[in-house]
Design a protein around this ligand. Structure first.
Ligand SMILES: [Zn+2]
Length: 148
């Protein structure tokens, strides 16, 4: 009886293990780990850094999660400091799992962002900020086209 119960506990723990880290990350960020948030956090917050759009995640999740929910989750993750929003233009917003300050290449033809390596952009002259404002950050997006 006792053994059966512990076997069951072990089984539950094994089943939960893949999500333990994302659940903790969500909780640490003050977000309740709902099923959708856990699924998206698993796609985004484990493994190498990536740049995604709501649409690309929608495809990646085989449309199991509605686009509206994905948008909401991405903005909640961004507000909670888990992602960084990179707005290329009014039609293109990317979400970056690398939340450190860095610059981007934007591959126009492919609609893809790539990180510029650290320390290769030198900005040595900036204007004064308007009165009543404070400097926040400078983000460079280098648009690149195919060399044809
Ligand atoms: Zn990036």
């Amino acid at each position: 009886m006792h053994d059966k119960a512990s076997a069951q506990n072990i089984e539950i723990r094994h089943r939960e293990r893949p999500f333990v880290r994302v659940i903790q990350k969500l909780r640490d960020a003050g977000l309740r780990p709902t099923r959708q948030r856990m699924a998206l956090a698993k796609c985004l917050l484990e493994g190498p850094n990536r740049h995604v759009t709501a649409e690309s995640l929608h495809r990646e999740t085989q449309q199991a999660i509605s686009l509206a929910t994905i948008y909401n989750c991405l903005h909640q993750f961004t507000d909670a400091g888990l992602l960084r929003e990179v707005v290329v233009d009014s039609r293109r917003t990317y979400f970056d799992t690398n939340i450190s300050e860095h610059h981007h290449y934007f591959m126009v033809a492919e609609g893809r962002l790539e990180d510029v390596p650290d320390g290769v952009i030198n900005i040595d002259m900036l204007p004064d900020v308007p009165p009543g404002k404070v400097f926040s950050r400078v983000e460079v997006i280098i648009h690149v086209s195919d060399d044809t």
